[in-house]
Design a protein around this ligand. Structure first.
Ligand SMILES: Nc1ncnc2c1ncn2[C@@H]1O[C@H](COP(=O)(O)OP(=O)(O)OP(=O)(O)O)[C@@H](O)[C@H]1O
Ligand SMILES: [Mg+2]
Length: 287
């Protein structure tokens, strides 16, 4: 855990490297968009996602917010093949629903989890290499490579972890682990990134670094960020979808959504329990 390794400082993002990585392949991303229609997920009779429509275009940085249990993670799970869902979901012209997770990943859809899921015992570089291997296929993976592949090198620079490349991922600071996960999506060449609470537990400085990273990635890729933190949302979201009880309650710019009385109502209504209270406390500022 990060607490045991104060020697590892939070990395700074290398914006120059970021420019280089992000500048080149713009054409590949240009026409990407996520289109979700009537998404529905039921768990033993309980409807967790109830007819969600969602359109997110390339270049957008969409925040998906909502109180605890609103169905945010379940939407991401449905889009990445982890739970069965009805309705339709397409990205880059490919149907996502009903496909196994690995095929969804191959069609350019990547996600992170609420808790970081890197291999703690492996180095940062090895984690990225495995992610790159997932894309290369078994034959290439078996071949021993002497040098670091360029996409891995680029991802290391982009997420600011080049200086800790040979450390086991387990000793990274919390924020760095999340950046490593995002790096893993970049080497897999994910064009749609679904990030489930990427800044939870991060320091203020780490949040800012992450927000800038997501903004830059979002210029070309399609990015959906599940988030609770209203301050982070205000600083970095370009558009917002609010989920409540499995349904879309509101959608628009940060200002539009914050001015929506239904949104204020929902957050105030959940103020008494769970992490919703964090959001409730901040949402009162917009009244
Ligand atoms: N595997 C499951 N089986 C049964 N119910 C589930 C399952 N997964 C989620 N749920 C329920 O579905 C609802 C939506 O859960 P989900 O995790 O998507 O919410 P969320 O918006 O991500 O909440 P949080 O902000 O707490 O992460 C909740 O009521 C949850 O208890
Ligand atoms: Mg969740």
């Amino acid at each position: 855990m990060s607490d045991t390794t104060p020697a590892v400082e939070a990395g700074r993002l290398d914006t120059e490297a970021l420019e280089q990585v992000l500048a080149a392949p713009a054409a590949r991303f240009r026409h990407d968009y996520l289109e979700v229609r009537g998404l529905r997920v039921e768990f033993d009779g309980f409807v967790a996602v109830d007819g969600v429509d969602l359109t997110v275009t390339q270049g957008d940085l969409r925040f998906l917010i909502g109180p605890n249990g609103a169905g945010k993670t379940t939407v991401v799970d449905a889009l990445t093949g982890l739970v069965a869902a009805a309705g339709s979901a397409q990205f880059g012209g490919v149907d996502l629903l009903g496909r196994p997770s690995h095929r969804i990943a191959r069609s350019g859809v990547g996600r992170t989890f609420q808790t970081a899921s890197v291999f703690d015992e492996l180095t940062v570089l090895q984690n990225l290499d495995i992610a790159a291997g997932a894309r290369r296929g078994p034959l290439t993976l078996l071949r021993r490579r002497r040098s670091v592949p360029p996409e891995v090198e680029a991802a290391l620079e982009t997420v600011g972890l080049a200086h800790v490349r040979d450390l086991p991922a387990g000793v990274l600071a919390h924020g760095q682990k999340q950046w490593l996960e995002i790096g893993m999506l970049l080497v897999q060449d994910a064009r749609l990134l679904l990030l489930d609470e990427p800044v939870a537990g991060m320091s203020q400085a780490e949040r800012e670094e992450t927000g800038l990273l997501l903004q830059r990635i979002g210029e070309q890729r399609t990015v959906v960020v599940v988030e609770h933190d209203m301050e982070f949302l205000r600083a970095f979201a370009s558009s917002v979808t609010v989920l409540h009880q499995g349904k879309v309650l509101a959608e628009g710019t940060v200002a539009q959504v914050q001015a929506d009385p239904r949104v204020v109502e929902v957050y105030l209504g959940t103020g008494a329990h769970g992490r919703g209270s964090r959001t409730a406390a901040t949402s009162t500022e917009v009244e």
